[in-house]
Design a binder for this molecule. Structure first.
Ligand SMILES: Cc1cc2nc3c(=O)[nH]c(=O)nc-3n(C[C@H](O)[C@H](O)[C@H](O)COP(=O)(O)OP(=O)(O)OC[C@H]3O[C@@H](n4cnc5c(N)ncnc54)[C@H](O)[C@@H]3O)c2cc1C
Length: 406
Protein backbone atom coordinates (compact mmCIF):
# COMPACT_ATOMS: atom_id res chain seq x y z
CA UNK A 1 0.00 0.00 0.00
CA UNK A 2 1.45 3.44 -0.88
CA UNK A 3 2.64 5.37 2.16
CA UNK A 4 0.44 8.33 3.08
CA UNK A 5 2.09 11.66 2.40
CA UNK A 6 3.06 13.87 5.28
CA UNK A 7 1.22 17.20 5.18
CA UNK A 8 3.09 20.40 6.02
CA UNK A 9 1.59 23.89 5.99
CA UNK A 10 3.49 27.04 5.01
CA UNK A 11 2.73 30.62 4.18
CA UNK A 12 5.02 30.44 1.14
CA UNK A 13 6.49 27.51 -0.76
CA UNK A 14 9.35 28.46 -3.08
CA UNK A 15 10.16 25.91 -5.78
CA UNK A 16 13.85 26.03 -6.76
CA UNK A 17 16.80 27.10 -4.64
CA UNK A 18 18.91 29.08 -7.13
CA UNK A 19 19.63 32.82 -6.99
CA UNK A 20 15.92 33.59 -7.41
CA UNK A 21 14.59 31.07 -4.90
CA UNK A 22 17.15 32.14 -2.30
CA UNK A 23 16.37 35.83 -2.77
CA UNK A 24 12.62 35.21 -2.59
CA UNK A 25 13.36 33.26 0.59
CA UNK A 26 15.27 36.19 2.09
CA UNK A 27 12.33 38.54 1.44
CA UNK A 28 9.65 36.12 2.69
CA UNK A 29 11.65 35.03 5.72
CA UNK A 30 12.38 38.61 6.68
CA UNK A 31 8.65 39.37 6.40
CA UNK A 32 8.20 36.64 9.05
CA UNK A 33 6.31 34.36 6.68
CA UNK A 34 6.67 30.65 7.32
CA UNK A 35 8.70 29.78 4.23
CA UNK A 36 10.24 26.68 2.69
CA UNK A 37 12.53 26.40 -0.35
CA UNK A 38 12.37 23.05 -2.15
CA UNK A 39 15.46 22.32 -4.24
CA UNK A 40 15.96 19.14 -6.23
CA UNK A 41 19.72 19.31 -6.68
CA UNK A 42 22.18 21.89 -5.39
CA UNK A 43 21.21 24.97 -3.37
CA UNK A 44 22.61 27.86 -5.43
CA UNK A 45 21.32 26.56 -8.77
CA UNK A 46 22.92 27.26 -12.14
CA UNK A 47 25.12 30.11 -10.83
CA UNK A 48 27.28 27.48 -9.15
CA UNK A 49 28.30 26.40 -12.68
CA UNK A 50 30.51 29.42 -13.03
CA UNK A 51 33.80 30.13 -11.33
CA UNK A 52 33.80 33.82 -12.07
CA UNK A 53 31.02 36.29 -11.39
CA UNK A 54 32.46 39.70 -12.13
CA UNK A 55 29.30 41.66 -12.84
CA UNK A 56 27.28 41.20 -9.66
CA UNK A 57 27.32 44.56 -7.87
CA UNK A 58 29.07 44.81 -4.53
CA UNK A 59 31.98 42.53 -5.43
CA UNK A 60 34.55 44.76 -7.20
CA UNK A 61 37.13 41.97 -7.12
CA UNK A 62 34.60 39.48 -8.50
CA UNK A 63 33.42 36.35 -6.77
CA UNK A 64 32.65 32.73 -7.58
CA UNK A 65 29.12 31.52 -8.31
CA UNK A 66 29.40 29.05 -5.45
CA UNK A 67 30.73 31.72 -3.07
CA UNK A 68 27.97 34.16 -3.95
CA UNK A 69 25.22 31.56 -3.62
CA UNK A 70 26.62 30.48 -0.26
CA UNK A 71 26.09 34.03 1.00
CA UNK A 72 22.51 34.10 -0.40
CA UNK A 73 21.83 30.76 1.32
CA UNK A 74 23.31 31.94 4.63
CA UNK A 75 21.15 35.07 4.54
CA UNK A 76 17.94 33.11 3.81
CA UNK A 77 18.68 30.72 6.68
CA UNK A 78 19.29 33.69 8.99
CA UNK A 79 15.66 34.71 8.39
CA UNK A 80 14.36 31.28 9.38
CA UNK A 81 13.72 29.90 5.88
CA UNK A 82 13.56 26.09 5.82
CA UNK A 83 15.16 24.03 3.04
CA UNK A 84 14.14 20.67 1.68
CA UNK A 85 16.33 18.81 -0.81
CA UNK A 86 13.95 16.91 -3.07
CA UNK A 87 12.17 17.55 -6.33
CA UNK A 88 8.66 18.85 -6.75
CA UNK A 89 6.66 16.33 -8.75
CA UNK A 90 3.25 17.98 -9.08
CA UNK A 91 1.42 21.15 -8.16
CA UNK A 92 -2.26 21.97 -7.79
CA UNK A 93 -3.06 25.67 -8.02
CA UNK A 94 -6.83 25.37 -8.40
CA UNK A 95 -7.83 26.25 -4.82
CA UNK A 96 -7.10 29.23 -2.59
CA UNK A 97 -4.64 26.97 -0.77
CA UNK A 98 -1.98 25.81 -3.21
CA UNK A 99 -0.68 22.24 -3.09
CA UNK A 100 2.93 21.32 -3.87
CA UNK A 101 3.83 17.62 -3.83
CA UNK A 102 7.15 15.88 -3.52
CA UNK A 103 7.71 12.15 -3.37
CA UNK A 104 7.03 11.95 0.37
CA UNK A 105 5.32 15.21 1.32
CA UNK A 106 2.31 17.35 0.47
CA UNK A 107 2.91 21.04 1.16
CA UNK A 108 -0.02 23.41 1.59
CA UNK A 109 0.75 27.05 0.94
CA UNK A 110 -1.03 30.39 0.91
CA UNK A 111 1.30 31.49 -1.91
CA UNK A 112 3.84 29.80 -4.20
CA UNK A 113 6.87 31.32 -5.91
CA UNK A 114 8.07 29.46 -9.01
CA UNK A 115 11.89 29.73 -9.27
CA UNK A 116 12.73 26.57 -11.25
CA UNK A 117 15.16 28.31 -13.61
CA UNK A 118 16.08 26.94 -17.00
CA UNK A 119 18.86 24.80 -18.28
CA UNK A 120 21.04 25.43 -21.31
CA UNK A 121 20.29 23.09 -24.17
CA UNK A 122 23.19 20.69 -24.69
CA UNK A 123 24.43 19.28 -27.98
CA UNK A 124 24.22 15.67 -26.80
CA UNK A 125 27.77 15.01 -28.07
CA UNK A 126 30.18 12.63 -26.32
CA UNK A 127 31.80 13.78 -23.00
CA UNK A 128 29.69 16.93 -22.84
CA UNK A 129 28.51 16.65 -19.21
CA UNK A 130 32.12 16.20 -18.05
CA UNK A 131 33.23 19.64 -19.26
CA UNK A 132 30.23 21.81 -18.30
CA UNK A 133 31.83 24.64 -16.28
CA UNK A 134 35.29 23.27 -17.19
CA UNK A 135 35.63 24.70 -20.65
CA UNK A 136 32.04 24.45 -21.81
CA UNK A 137 30.27 27.73 -21.07
CA UNK A 138 26.88 29.26 -21.77
CA UNK A 139 27.28 32.94 -20.96
CA UNK A 140 29.64 35.27 -22.86
CA UNK A 141 28.74 38.27 -20.64
CA UNK A 142 29.98 36.20 -17.72
CA UNK A 143 33.02 34.39 -19.08
CA UNK A 144 34.42 36.55 -21.92
CA UNK A 145 37.06 38.34 -19.83
CA UNK A 146 38.62 35.01 -18.88
CA UNK A 147 39.09 34.32 -22.62
CA UNK A 148 41.33 37.35 -23.27
CA UNK A 149 43.81 36.56 -26.12
CA UNK A 150 42.56 32.96 -26.31
CA UNK A 151 40.82 31.12 -29.16
CA UNK A 152 37.21 30.19 -28.46
CA UNK A 153 34.54 28.19 -30.26
CA UNK A 154 30.88 29.14 -30.41
CA UNK A 155 28.21 26.56 -31.26
CA UNK A 156 25.06 27.94 -32.89
CA UNK A 157 24.03 30.70 -35.29
CA UNK A 158 20.97 32.30 -33.72
CA UNK A 159 20.90 35.85 -32.35
CA UNK A 160 22.47 34.79 -29.04
CA UNK A 161 25.28 32.84 -30.73
CA UNK A 162 26.24 35.55 -33.21
CA UNK A 163 25.74 38.55 -30.91
CA UNK A 164 27.55 36.87 -28.01
CA UNK A 165 30.23 35.73 -30.48
CA UNK A 166 30.72 39.35 -31.53
CA UNK A 167 31.00 40.35 -27.88
CA UNK A 168 33.65 37.65 -27.40
CA UNK A 169 35.80 39.18 -30.18
CA UNK A 170 36.49 42.09 -27.81
CA UNK A 171 38.44 39.67 -25.63
CA UNK A 172 39.38 36.52 -27.56
CA UNK A 173 42.04 36.42 -30.28
CA UNK A 174 39.76 34.30 -32.52
CA UNK A 175 36.10 33.30 -32.37
CA UNK A 176 35.29 30.24 -34.48
CA UNK A 177 31.59 29.57 -35.00
CA UNK A 178 30.21 26.11 -35.74
CA UNK A 179 27.05 26.45 -37.85
CA UNK A 180 24.83 23.55 -38.85
CA UNK A 181 23.67 25.25 -42.09
CA UNK A 182 25.21 25.71 -45.56
CA UNK A 183 27.61 28.57 -46.24
CA UNK A 184 25.89 31.96 -45.97
CA UNK A 185 22.96 30.68 -43.90
CA UNK A 186 22.62 31.71 -40.26
CA UNK A 187 19.61 31.78 -37.92
CA UNK A 188 20.36 35.25 -36.57
CA UNK A 189 19.00 38.61 -37.73
CA UNK A 190 20.52 40.23 -40.84
CA UNK A 191 22.18 43.11 -38.97
CA UNK A 192 24.05 40.73 -36.67
CA UNK A 193 24.94 38.52 -39.64
CA UNK A 194 26.46 41.38 -41.69
CA UNK A 195 28.42 42.67 -38.69
CA UNK A 196 29.72 39.18 -37.93
CA UNK A 197 30.74 38.50 -41.54
CA UNK A 198 32.70 41.77 -41.58
CA UNK A 199 34.53 41.01 -38.35
CA UNK A 200 38.06 39.66 -39.07
CA UNK A 201 38.17 37.85 -35.73
CA UNK A 202 35.16 35.70 -36.60
CA UNK A 203 35.57 32.47 -38.60
CA UNK A 204 32.62 30.34 -39.71
CA UNK A 205 32.63 26.55 -39.94
CA UNK A 206 29.52 25.70 -41.96
CA UNK A 207 27.75 22.32 -42.11
CA UNK A 208 29.31 21.26 -38.82
CA UNK A 209 28.03 19.75 -35.57
CA UNK A 210 29.88 18.67 -32.42
CA UNK A 211 30.97 15.03 -32.50
CA UNK A 212 32.74 14.99 -29.09
CA UNK A 213 34.54 17.06 -26.47
CA UNK A 214 38.11 16.19 -25.41
CA UNK A 215 40.62 17.17 -22.73
CA UNK A 216 42.03 16.09 -19.38
CA UNK A 217 40.37 17.76 -16.38
CA UNK A 218 39.47 20.77 -18.55
CA UNK A 219 38.25 20.96 -22.14
CA UNK A 220 41.02 21.50 -24.71
CA UNK A 221 39.55 20.26 -28.01
CA UNK A 222 36.21 20.02 -29.74
CA UNK A 223 35.86 17.51 -32.57
CA UNK A 224 33.48 18.79 -35.26
CA UNK A 225 31.86 16.64 -37.91
CA UNK A 226 31.14 17.97 -41.39
CA UNK A 227 27.58 16.91 -42.20
CA UNK A 228 28.22 16.89 -45.95
CA UNK A 229 31.53 15.03 -46.09
CA UNK A 230 31.56 13.21 -42.73
CA UNK A 231 35.06 14.59 -42.16
CA UNK A 232 36.11 15.08 -38.50
CA UNK A 233 38.14 18.18 -37.56
CA UNK A 234 39.71 18.83 -34.16
CA UNK A 235 39.40 22.43 -33.01
CA UNK A 236 41.64 23.47 -30.11
CA UNK A 237 39.90 26.04 -27.99
CA UNK A 238 40.14 27.62 -24.54
CA UNK A 239 36.36 27.69 -24.10
CA UNK A 240 33.47 26.34 -26.13
CA UNK A 241 30.30 28.42 -25.79
CA UNK A 242 27.01 26.64 -26.43
CA UNK A 243 24.27 28.95 -27.66
CA UNK A 244 21.71 26.52 -28.90
CA UNK A 245 18.91 27.65 -26.65
CA UNK A 246 17.65 27.14 -23.12
CA UNK A 247 15.01 24.79 -21.79
CA UNK A 248 12.92 26.12 -18.91
CA UNK A 249 12.28 23.65 -16.08
CA UNK A 250 8.52 24.05 -16.35
CA UNK A 251 7.05 20.70 -17.36
CA UNK A 252 5.23 20.44 -13.99
CA UNK A 253 3.38 23.70 -14.71
CA UNK A 254 1.87 22.69 -18.06
CA UNK A 255 -1.80 23.76 -18.07
CA UNK A 256 -1.35 25.18 -14.56
CA UNK A 257 -0.05 28.69 -15.38
CA UNK A 258 0.20 30.57 -18.68
CA UNK A 259 3.48 29.99 -20.48
CA UNK A 260 5.07 30.96 -23.80
CA UNK A 261 5.36 28.40 -26.59
CA UNK A 262 8.91 27.70 -25.44
CA UNK A 263 7.70 27.00 -21.90
CA UNK A 264 8.73 30.19 -20.07
CA UNK A 265 6.28 31.38 -17.40
CA UNK A 266 4.49 34.58 -18.35
CA UNK A 267 4.27 37.13 -15.53
CA UNK A 268 3.20 40.71 -14.99
CA UNK A 269 5.91 43.21 -14.03
CA UNK A 270 4.96 42.36 -10.43
CA UNK A 271 5.86 38.70 -11.04
CA UNK A 272 2.21 37.59 -10.90
CA UNK A 273 1.42 34.53 -13.01
CA UNK A 274 -2.02 33.83 -14.47
CA UNK A 275 -3.01 32.25 -11.13
CA UNK A 276 -3.62 34.56 -8.14
CA UNK A 277 -1.22 33.71 -5.34
CA UNK A 278 1.32 32.09 -7.67
CA UNK A 279 4.36 34.18 -8.60
CA UNK A 280 7.44 33.44 -10.71
CA UNK A 281 10.96 34.87 -10.64
CA UNK A 282 14.30 34.50 -12.40
CA UNK A 283 15.38 32.50 -15.42
CA UNK A 284 12.09 30.57 -15.53
CA UNK A 285 10.28 33.78 -16.56
CA UNK A 286 9.73 35.04 -20.06
CA UNK A 287 12.19 37.98 -20.03
CA UNK A 288 15.07 39.66 -21.81
CA UNK A 289 18.14 39.21 -19.59
CA UNK A 290 18.94 36.17 -17.49
CA UNK A 291 21.56 37.17 -14.92
CA UNK A 292 21.92 36.96 -11.14
CA UNK A 293 21.22 40.71 -10.84
CA UNK A 294 17.91 40.39 -12.72
CA UNK A 295 16.94 37.27 -10.74
CA UNK A 296 17.47 39.19 -7.52
CA UNK A 297 15.23 42.01 -8.72
CA UNK A 298 12.49 39.61 -9.83
CA UNK A 299 12.61 37.59 -6.65
CA UNK A 300 12.55 40.63 -4.36
CA UNK A 301 9.37 41.74 -6.13
CA UNK A 302 7.87 38.24 -6.00
CA UNK A 303 8.63 37.94 -2.28
CA UNK A 304 7.02 41.28 -1.47
CA UNK A 305 4.03 40.50 -3.71
CA UNK A 306 3.55 37.13 -1.98
CA UNK A 307 3.60 38.88 1.38
CA UNK A 308 1.06 41.43 0.14
CA UNK A 309 -1.15 38.72 -1.36
CA UNK A 310 -1.24 36.80 1.93
CA UNK A 311 -1.96 39.95 3.96
CA UNK A 312 -4.76 40.93 1.55
CA UNK A 313 -6.23 37.42 1.67
CA UNK A 314 -6.37 37.68 5.45
CA UNK A 315 -8.04 41.11 5.34
CA UNK A 316 -10.48 39.89 2.69
CA UNK A 317 -11.47 36.65 4.41
CA UNK A 318 -11.22 37.57 8.08
CA UNK A 319 -12.24 41.22 8.12
CA UNK A 320 -14.07 42.42 5.01
CA UNK A 321 -16.16 39.31 4.30
CA UNK A 322 -17.01 38.72 7.96
CA UNK A 323 -20.48 40.21 8.52
CA UNK A 324 -22.15 43.24 6.88
CA UNK A 325 -20.30 46.16 5.44
CA UNK A 326 -19.44 48.33 2.48
CA UNK A 327 -16.15 48.62 0.62
CA UNK A 328 -15.32 51.79 -1.29
CA UNK A 329 -12.89 51.02 -4.11
CA UNK A 330 -11.19 54.17 -5.26
CA UNK A 331 -8.02 55.68 -6.67
CA UNK A 332 -6.58 58.02 -4.04
CA UNK A 333 -4.67 59.99 -6.68
CA UNK A 334 -7.97 61.22 -8.23
CA UNK A 335 -9.61 64.29 -6.66
CA UNK A 336 -13.22 63.22 -7.47
CA UNK A 337 -12.62 59.80 -5.88
CA UNK A 338 -11.23 61.50 -2.76
CA UNK A 339 -14.21 63.89 -2.70
CA UNK A 340 -16.65 60.96 -2.58
CA UNK A 341 -14.92 59.81 0.61
CA UNK A 342 -16.87 62.57 2.40
CA UNK A 343 -20.15 60.81 1.47
CA UNK A 344 -18.71 57.50 2.64
CA UNK A 345 -17.77 59.09 5.97
CA UNK A 346 -21.32 60.38 6.43
CA UNK A 347 -22.71 56.91 5.72
CA UNK A 348 -20.27 55.48 8.22
CA UNK A 349 -21.70 57.75 10.93
CA UNK A 350 -25.33 57.14 10.00
CA UNK A 351 -25.08 53.35 9.64
CA UNK A 352 -22.65 52.40 12.36
CA UNK A 353 -23.76 48.75 12.26
CA UNK A 354 -21.99 48.54 8.86
CA UNK A 355 -18.20 48.28 8.65
CA UNK A 356 -16.80 50.61 6.05
CA UNK A 357 -13.60 49.63 4.24
CA UNK A 358 -11.60 51.98 2.07
CA UNK A 359 -9.69 50.12 -0.67
CA UNK A 360 -7.20 52.27 -2.59
CA UNK A 361 -6.49 50.51 -5.90
CA UNK A 362 -2.92 51.83 -5.99
CA UNK A 363 -2.00 50.25 -2.66
CA UNK A 364 -4.35 47.25 -2.70
CA UNK A 365 -4.95 46.28 -6.32
CA UNK A 366 -5.38 42.58 -5.47
CA UNK A 367 -7.98 43.31 -2.82
CA UNK A 368 -9.88 45.61 -5.20
CA UNK A 369 -9.85 42.87 -7.88
CA UNK A 370 -11.25 40.31 -5.43
CA UNK A 371 -14.06 42.61 -4.36
CA UNK A 372 -14.97 43.99 -7.76
CA UNK A 373 -14.49 41.42 -10.53
CA UNK A 374 -15.56 43.93 -13.21
CA UNK A 375 -12.65 46.21 -12.24
CA UNK A 376 -14.85 49.33 -11.98
CA UNK A 377 -13.26 52.14 -10.04
CA UNK A 378 -14.66 53.99 -8.18
CA UNK A 379 -17.28 51.59 -6.95
CA UNK A 380 -19.02 50.63 -3.73
CA UNK A 381 -19.48 46.98 -2.84
CA UNK A 382 -22.30 46.03 -0.48
CA UNK A 383 -21.51 42.96 1.63
CA UNK A 384 -24.18 41.10 3.60
CA UNK A 385 -23.63 37.92 5.58
CA UNK A 386 -20.17 37.60 4.12
CA UNK A 387 -21.35 37.81 0.47
CA UNK A 388 -21.14 40.55 -2.15
CA UNK A 389 -24.78 41.45 -2.85
CA UNK A 390 -24.39 44.59 -4.95
CA UNK A 391 -21.76 46.53 -6.87
CA UNK A 392 -22.57 50.19 -7.41
CA UNK A 393 -20.35 52.02 -9.85
CA UNK A 394 -20.00 54.75 -12.45
CA UNK A 395 -23.07 56.95 -12.98
CA UNK A 396 -25.17 55.03 -10.42
CA UNK A 397 -22.66 55.66 -7.66
CA UNK A 398 -24.32 58.01 -5.14
CA UNK A 399 -25.02 58.14 -1.42
CA UNK A 400 -28.73 57.60 -2.15
CA UNK A 401 -28.14 54.49 -4.21
CA UNK A 402 -25.91 53.03 -1.50
CA UNK A 403 -28.53 53.75 1.19
CA UNK A 404 -31.22 52.05 -0.91
CA UNK A 405 -29.15 48.85 -0.88
CA UNK A 406 -28.21 48.78 2.79
C1 LIG B 1 27.92 28.91 -16.90
C2 LIG B 1 27.11 30.10 -16.48
C3 LIG B 1 27.74 31.26 -16.09
C4 LIG B 1 26.99 32.35 -15.67
N1 LIG B 1 27.67 33.46 -15.27
C5 LIG B 1 26.96 34.53 -14.81
C6 LIG B 1 27.64 35.70 -14.36
O1 LIG B 1 28.87 35.81 -14.39
N2 LIG B 1 26.87 36.72 -13.89
C7 LIG B 1 25.51 36.67 -13.83
O2 LIG B 1 24.88 37.60 -13.35
N3 LIG B 1 24.86 35.58 -14.29
C8 LIG B 1 25.53 34.53 -14.78
N4 LIG B 1 24.88 33.44 -15.26
C9 LIG B 1 23.41 33.44 -15.24
C10 LIG B 1 22.89 33.17 -13.80
O3 LIG B 1 23.64 32.13 -13.22
C11 LIG B 1 21.41 32.83 -13.81
O4 LIG B 1 20.69 33.88 -14.44
C12 LIG B 1 20.84 32.64 -12.40
O5 LIG B 1 21.71 31.93 -11.57
C13 LIG B 1 19.49 31.92 -12.48
O6 LIG B 1 18.97 31.74 -11.19
P1 LIG B 1 17.52 31.10 -10.98
O7 LIG B 1 17.36 30.94 -9.52
O8 LIG B 1 16.48 31.85 -11.70
O9 LIG B 1 17.59 29.69 -11.69
P2 LIG B 1 18.55 28.46 -11.33
O10 LIG B 1 19.83 28.91 -10.77
O11 LIG B 1 18.55 27.62 -12.54
O12 LIG B 1 17.78 27.75 -10.15
C14 LIG B 1 16.66 26.97 -10.35
C15 LIG B 1 16.72 25.83 -9.36
O13 LIG B 1 15.48 25.14 -9.38
C16 LIG B 1 15.74 23.76 -9.19
N5 LIG B 1 14.59 23.04 -9.71
C17 LIG B 1 14.16 22.96 -10.99
N6 LIG B 1 13.06 22.17 -11.07
C18 LIG B 1 12.78 21.75 -9.79
C19 LIG B 1 11.78 20.92 -9.21
N7 LIG B 1 10.81 20.35 -9.95
N8 LIG B 1 11.80 20.71 -7.88
C20 LIG B 1 12.76 21.29 -7.09
N9 LIG B 1 13.74 22.08 -7.60
C21 LIG B 1 13.75 22.32 -8.92
C22 LIG B 1 17.02 23.53 -9.98
O14 LIG B 1 17.68 22.38 -9.50
C23 LIG B 1 17.79 24.81 -9.71
O15 LIG B 1 18.68 24.67 -8.64
C24 LIG B 1 25.59 32.32 -15.68
C25 LIG B 1 24.94 31.15 -16.09
C26 LIG B 1 25.68 30.04 -16.48
C27 LIG B 1 24.99 28.80 -16.91
Amino acid sequence: MPREKKIEEYDVVIIGGGASGLTAGIYCGRARLKTIVIEQALVGGIATNTNEIENYPGFPEGTTGTGLMKLFHQQAKKFGVKFKLTNVKTVDFTGDIKIVETFRNRYKAKAVIICNGSKPRLTGAENEEKYVGKGIAFCATCDAAACTDEEVLVIGSGDAAIEEGMFLTKFASKVKVSIIHDEGIMDCNEVAKSAALANPKMEFLHNTVVERFEGEDELTTVVLKNLKTGELTSIDCFTCFLFIGYIPNTSIYEDKVNMTKSGYVITSENMETSVPGVFAAGDVRDKFLRQVATCVGDAATAGVMAEKYIAETEIFENIIMKGDGIAYIFDASKADHRKFLEEIEELEKEYDEYCCHRVDTYKSRGLAQRLCKTGHCPSVIIIKNGKVVKVISEETLSKNEIEKNL
